[in-house]
Design a protein around this ligand. Structure first.
Ligand code: PLP
Length: 383
């Protein structure tokens, strides 16, 4: 007996590895992107009421009407995208949405261009669905790229490009000009564009989140992926979605049915209520709250000589950890954990080669008291 050949395509993520090391030490976990901030009361109540009201069975494979309608309205209001509920598939988190999109739109061996540093689940999902990643490196600390960089990564097998804005781990918020460059490239080469916009409401410094699907010529080819894990602090609820042309949405929905059947029924109700009732104020307050957290952690990292690359979006910061002893980013991250009890993710988790060896990612989606304690511990580090 043996595992399938596929077992080589998956392994425990470095993010989970560091969380385990952190638990062993009883440390403060700034590695995994789990927000421990409060879930809006309205969302919790609506989910509890749904359970009490007997909404506990399978739902439609693509999600309950109330939720798809609420997502369509939200998308219009905050991104200016006009979509109909038939173009939305609710899934088990944005992770499930991306997996089903890859199964629906990519053939084995198809190449997908990915910006580096990347989010590990993106690359693992591509590999697990037998697609082949190709890389465009954005360089620390300003994360720029050019049309020529995209061209260099293209081959006759290129079928799609993946955009994550605001990005994990870099915090980059893609500008309109950059998205236009990507759009021009995708249209010229007839590519799909997968966009992960789960941090759409975590944008700082007066920048604006732009949904790539809203650019001319992009609607039909863009699969917009997002979810509520981060916005409502409900990473364990597993509610996310994809939005795309109905031609793709139907098959994405069928794969969603096959793998997950549906997202949890009462939790879909809770999320729908939150999307309907929480207005722009909620999202504005959220970004202000996280801006404060960003400044807190970046201040502490800077003071101690772990120079941060201050992020404009999402809730992670990449910092230069080259002053810590060690040969690799993993060794340096472990040094930091042992000396301070603060866990981060080694930079190697975000690159296909050794370009991340001097970097580490710190998540700042923490209650202020926990984050303050982590910052105090970092400040005591002597380098
Ligand atoms: N996409 C990005 C870029 C993320 O950083 C994360 C979580 O860290 C996810 C997706 C996971 O989202 P979900 O909980 O909706 O599956």
């Amino acid at each position: 007996m043996a595992l399938s050949k596929r077992h080589e395509w998956v392994q425990q993520s470095e993010i989970r590895n560091m969380s385990i090391e952190c638990d062993l030490m009883g440390g403060i976990n700034l590695s995994q992107g789990v927000c421990d901030t409060e879930v809006p009361l309205i969302v919790r109540r609506a989910a509890q009421e749904a359970i009490n009201d007997g909404i506990n069975s399978y739902t439609r494979y693509d999600g309950i009407d109330e939720l798809r309608e609420a997502i369509a309205k939200k998308q219009k209001l905050y991104s200016g995208m006009s979509v109909s509920p038939e173009e939305i598939v609710v899934s088990a988190g944005s992770t499930g949405a991306f997996y089903c999109a890859c199964l629906s739109l990519l053939n084995p061996g198809d190449e997908v261009i990915l910006f580096e540093p990347y989010y590990g689940y993106h690359i693992s999902t591509l590999i697990a669905t037998q697609a082949v990643p190709a890389y465009v490196r954005m360089t620390f600390p300003d994360w720029r790229f050019t049309y020529e960089d995209l061209e260099r990564a293209r081959t006759p097998r290129t079928r799609a490009i993946m955009v994550n804005t605001p990005a994990n781990p870099s915090g980059k918020v893609f500008s309109r000009a950059e998205l236009e460059t990507i759009a021009q490239f995708a249209i010229r080469n007839d590519l799909f564009v997968f966009t992960d916009e789960i941090y759409e409401h975590f944008v700082y410094d007066g920048l604006e989140h732009i949904a790539p699907a809203t650019l001319p010529g992009m609607r039909e080819r863009t699969i917009t992926i997002s979810g509520l894990s981060k916005t409502f602090s409900i990473t364990g609820w597993r509610v996310g979605y994809s939005i795309c042309d109905a031609r793709w949405a139907q098959t994405i929905g069928y794969f969603n049915d096959l793998v997950y059947v549906c997202a949890p029924a009462p939790l879909q109700m809770g999320v729908a209520k939150g999307l309907i009732d929480l207005g722009p104020d909620y999202y504005h307050r959220l970004s202000i709250e996280y801006l404060g957290k960003r400044d807190m952690i970046c201040g502490a990292l800077g003071e101690v000589g772990l120079t941060p690359c201050v992020p404009h979006g999402a809730y992670y910061v990449l910092a230069d950890i080259s002053r810590l002893p060690g040969e690799t980013s993993k060794e340096r991250a472990m040094q930091l954990l042992h000396r301070t009890g603060v866990a981060c993710v080694p930079g190697e988790a975000f690159y296909h080669d050794d370009a991340g060896e001097n970097l580490a990612r710190f998540c700042f989606a923490k209650e202020n008291s926990v984050l303050a304690e982590a910052c105090d511990r970092l400040r005591n580090l002597r380098l």
